[in-house]
Design a protein around this ligand. Structure first.
Ligand SMILES: CN1CCN(c2ccccc2CNc2ccc(C(N)=O)cn2)CC1
Length: 244
């Protein structure tokens, strides 16, 4: 059982998640998600959660009080709790982080908005994460991406037929080409080997195509690949097929 707590000014942004991956997961009590709108913790009568930056500059920053008050008001964690701050300045989120977090008891996401947040808010975070090197209007979409990536790793969430074990990124190879019916679509054929029923050849073809695709599109992932004895003949063929 993993519990997600999201501190956000826009809880309604998460509705689609509740209707898709989290719906069954919550019904099956595999996952729990709760939202805290930290505007409820704004102290001033104007209920503002942001203010102008000291030292000048454009934009508004999230004030520390509402965030601190919201975090302090959370029920005592039963298991381990990790507080995560989403920001473009964070460590880039990758599959191994998702796997690490899937073991956690509770994950608390602080979704920033405006031009950023008061530096003292960083004290609350165990980790600061980014989903990639691009700028978003708020941390909500980043939180949704991370929640999806983590929730799908919780056993049972994906349902019996699908499973997350085979994820290509958990074995750092890009996925091989996949096909389903029809075998001939407007003259575009499915590779014969996949119709052959010859499982050893199919397995080899898939390994070869994953390696080909990884070399061509993501050579940076190659050094994380562990090569087995059966890979050498595959690599020789790939080199011959891709010689300049
Ligand atoms: C124009 N400013 C808007 C506010 N922003 C900011 C600054 C601090 C915290 C959150 C945000 C919210 N934005 C995010 C959040 C995450 C990511 C990511 N890559 O995970 C990208 N953007 C700084 C930039």
């Amino acid at each position: 059982m993993i519990k997600f707590t999201v501190l956000t000014l826009f809880p309604e942004m998460f509705a689609p998640l509740q209707e898709s991956i989290l719906k069954r997961a919550q019904e099956a009590k595999l996952v729990k998600i709760q939202f805290v709108n930290f505007r409820d913790y704004a102290i001033s009568k104007h209920k503002n959660v942001d203010d102008v930056p000291y030292g000048g500059g454009a934009g508004m920053l999230l004030k520390p009080e509402p965030i601190f008050a919201a975090i302090r008001d959370l029920p005592k964690p039963c298991g381990r709790r990790k507080v995560i701050l989403m920001s473009p300045q964070g460590e880039v989120f990758r599959q191994e982080k998702a796997k690490e977090w899937a073991e956690e008891g509770e994950l608390v996401f602080i979704c920033g908005h405006y031009e950023g947040f008061d530096e003292r808010i960083r004290e609350l975070a165990d980790e600061e994460m980014s989903i990639g090197d691009y700028v978003l209007t708020g941390g909500e979409l980043a939180a949704m991406v991370m929640i999806d990536a983590v929730a799908r790793l919780v056993p049972g969430v994906l349902g019996e037929d699908a499973s997350a074990e085979e994820d290509s990124h958990s074995i750092s190879l890009l996925e091989y080409p996949q096909y389903t019916r029809p075998a001939d679509f407007e003259g575009r054929q499915v590779p014969e080997i996949l119709l052959s029923g010859h499982h050893a050849f199919i397995k080899r073809w898939r390994r070869k195509e994953s390696l080909r695709r990884t070399f061509l599109r993501r050579p940076d992932l190659i050094n994380a690949v562990t090569f087995g004895p059966e890979d050498y003949s595959i690599l020789e063929e790939l080199i011959l097929e891709h010689e300049e």
